[in-house]
Design a protein around this ligand. Structure first.
Ligand SMILES: Nc1nc2c(ncn2[C@@H]2O[C@H](COP(=O)(O)OP(=O)(O)O)[C@@H](O)[C@H]2O)c(=O)[nH]1
Ligand SMILES: [Mg+2]
Length: 306
């Protein structure tokens, strides 16, 4: 290990190394963030002021919709344009989705050792049930590196997809025909967060129905959100998708919402910092002891924590 790792995190040396593309130091810093190394907040506080100009692309959708396969093709496309890409795959920590990480590895396998591609998987849920604050922090660290684009893959379950929209400059919602992704079942939140809809697996016969229904709803709601068809496994439609992403990323009118999005991030990070020493297990342990005394009062208990 280099000496900058020896004792304290030395941000003045680390940040320039990350910026120059040192992946080993970047990986190390990500681990520090994940494990909450004593100096990790100091590291984040020393991120350069321009770090937030890097573009983040969020890709969300149901498990199996083809997000990883799409990203795999997108990476190929970007590499041919000599771009550098970081990918964060956010896996729900639920054991029901335990296979996701392995699946993503298989899907993006050929890029794992490519020098211009950096892929990292993270658990999705923090202890507050929102998008893991680590995803926000690590994304910000990645913005300080030399990547042209940062792609975040999240599984669209619960509130996840809504939260990823707060950190992504462009959010792509991936739907698939014949999977119940029709308008009736589609959560209203998806309509609000999507900058681009992708109907993947458009080799499926129900494709045009889904596209038509979706476009109908978008017209009704006067939402001019583009709907694109892709067949990720064949790379079909991905060039068009990338062109649409570029159009969306360069849309200056979106900057108007930036302060609100940053406020939502700040809120979540502050909430996390304030609550992180508090666990429901500790609370129930305290209560278990106190409740044996007749004078137990819940409000006296919580006053000790607030
Ligand atoms: N027929 C078809 N299968 C696809 C397409 N895109 C992805 N798949 C398959 O769908 C499965 C799930 O893909 P994956 O990328 O892991 O989905 P994710 O969970 O959204 O990341 C894999 O077996 C893919 O090969 C497509 O456009 N057409
Ligand atoms: Mg995946």
């Amino acid at each position: 290990m280099t000496d900058i790792f020896l004792s304290k995190i030395n941000s003045t040396k680390i940040i320039p190394s990350i910026r120059q593309g040192d992946r080993r130091i970047l990986s190390r810093c990500i681990s520090w963030i994940e494990n909450e190394h004593a100096d990790y907040l100091e590291l984040l506080q020393s991120l350069p002021a321009d770090y937030s100009t890097r573009k983040v692309i969020g890709i969300t959708g149901a498990p199996g919709a083809g997000k990883s396969t799409l990203i795999d093709v997108l990476i190929g496309h970007l590499i041919s344009e000599h771009k550098k890409i970081a990918v964060i795959c956010v896996d729900p920590s639920s054991p029901f989705h335990f296979g996701a990480l392995l699946g993503d590895r298989i899907r993006m396998n050929k890029w794992f050792n490519h020098e211009d591609v950096f892929i990292r998987s993270l658990a999705s849920r923090g202890n507050l049930g929102g998008l893991n604050p680590k995803v926000i922090e690590i994304t910000d660290l990645l913005k300080a590196a030399d990547f042209d684009y940062i792609i975040i893959e999240t599984v669209g379950v619960g509130q996840n997809e809504v939260e990823v929209a707060a950190i992504a400059d462009t959010t792509i919602v991936v739907l698939t025909p014949g999977s119940g992704d029709d308008i009736q079942t589609m959560k209203a939140g998806l309509m609000e967060i999507a900058d681009i809809f992708v109907v993947n697996k458009s080799d499926h016969e129900q494709t045009d129905n889904l596209v038509k229904n979706l476009q109908g709803i978008l017209i009704q709601d006067q939402q001019p959100i583009p709907v694109l068809k892709t067949i990720a496994t064949q790379g079909e439609g991905v060039r068009e998708l990338w062109n649409q992403i570029k159009i969306d990323l360069s849309d200056e009118t979106k900057n108007a919402h930036k302060p609100e999005l940053l406020a939502a991030e700040a809120y979540q990070l502050i909430q996390y910092q304030r609550m992180k020493d508090l666990s429901k297990e500790d609370l129930s342990k305290d209560i278990r002891e106190l409740i044996q005394h007749e004078q137990f009062n819940l409000y006296q208990l919580i006053s000790k924590y607030t």
